[in-house]
Design a protein around this ligand. Structure first.
Ligand SMILES: NC(=O)C1=CN([C@@H]2O[C@H](COP(=O)(O)OP(=O)(O)OC[C@H]3O[C@@H](n4cnc5c(N)ncnc54)[C@H](OP(=O)(O)O)[C@@H]3O)[C@@H](O)[C@H]2O)C=CC1
Ligand SMILES: O=C(CO)COP(=O)(O)O
Length: 308
């Protein structure tokens, strides 16, 4: 346990509300802010020792700029729990927060954390990442409980990218299950998907090892095997013949993989990266191909060594 902290949580969606509850249960003073709530941002930020953002990617920059217009204590720690990439800069949410608040510590929180299971008090684990171990440890203590086990990691880029990149693979996994391709196909997809995540992560400055931990492989397994995942649902319903517009219209909450996939296509062109699974997911989301055609494209690529 740690001394009681004053915590502002920005974003009262599924994840922000769940994290707010975890911190409250540990005895912290938590205020939850969203555009539609009745608390004023200024009041929520006043005295905050920790500001945690669980805003969808599309709102992160606007909210960061809004927060910037209020006075903060120089010791306030930012925590970001968003899993997405910025279409404007191709950067991560933590990079946005760090750019806007260069003198503050920014900690990433990411892991296999389907919020509905955590809200049901089922056990789960996560990672808080920062080069500043003291600040990561502060956040670890805030959230740790018998139901929520929190690890630290110094590789914040790797931890953040694990949670972000797996969303694209979760769309692919949903397609795989929606087409009833079987267990072998799913194992092949997830394993090659992890290779692709590592390939992208390395050019963006992540440690390879991080992708084999909770925030990489762990989150890949959770999200790709659960119908609770919105990204998985997008893929599953595409395979069942729905259009993306129809799916997004009825989806509860945010499926970040749709936007992430577009940003990854930009990154792959800039960095000359080969990301075949992401590319097929992109073409499918753009309605350029059918799920069956995407499968064929992947199966009939040039044969090669597993290490490439
Ligand atoms: N749900 C989960 O299981 C997990 C989700 N995440 C990640 O957390 C993030 C949020 O997910 P989740 O809570 O599920 O999503 P929801 O769609 O449930 O909630 C999104 C939140 O972001 C806010 N928001 C969206 N756009 C803007 C904007 N332009 N300006 C201000 N606020 C905005 C919404 O505010 P408003 O209500 O005002 O629209 C809402 O509070 C995502 O990046 C997701 O990948 C990470 C781990 C687990
Ligand atoms: O990130 C998540 C689980 O770790 C939530 O996944 P979805 O956003 O696909 O629902």
């Amino acid at each position: 346990m740690t001394t009681s902290k004053t915590i502002a949580i920005l974003g009262a969606g599924a994840w922000g509300s769940t994290l707010a509850n975890l911190a409250s249960l540990n005895g912290h003073r938590v205020s939850l802010w969203s555009r539609q709530g009745n608390l004023a941002l200024e009041d929520v930020l006043k005295d905050a020792e920790i500001i945690l953002s669980a805003i969808s990617m599309k709102g992160v920059r606007d909210v960061a700029l809004l927060v910037k217009s209020y006075p903060l204590s120089p010791d306030t720690i930012f925590v970001t729990a968003t899993k997405g990439l910025d279409p404007k800069t191709t950067g991560t949410p933590s990079q946005i927060w760090q750019t806007e608040f260069p003198n503050h510590s920014v900690v990433v929180l990411s892991g296999p954390n389907l919020s509905e299971e955590i809200a049901q008090e089922l056990p789960a684990a996560t990672v808080v990442a920062s080069k500043n171990l003291a600040d990561a440890t502060t956040v670890q203590l805030v959230f740790s409980s018998s139901k929520f086990r929190v690890y630290t990691n110094p590789d914040s880029v790797g931890v953040e990218l694990g949670g972000t990149l797996k969303n694209v693979m979760a769309i692919a996994a949903g397609v795989c299950d929606g087409l009833h391709l079987g267990t072998n196909a799913k194992a092949a997809l997830l394993t090659r998907g992890l290779t692709e995540m590592v390939r992208i992560g390395r050019v963006l400055g992540a440690n390879t090892e991080t992708f084999y931990g909770l925030s990489g492989l762990g989150d890949l397994l959770a999200t790709c095997n659960s119908s609770l995942s919105r990204n998985y649902q997008v893929g599953y319903q595409l395979a069942r013949g729905k259009t993306l517009t129809e799916i997004l219209a009825s989806l509860k909450g945010t499926a970040e993989g749709v936007n992430t996939c577009q940003v990854l296509m930009q990154i792959s062109q800039q960095q000359n990266l080969t990301i075949p699974i992401t590319e097929q997911v992109y073409r499918l989301l753009e309605a350029e191909i059918t799920p069956q055609k995407a499968l064929n494209e992947l199966m009939l690529r040039d044969i090669k060594s597993e290490y490439h």
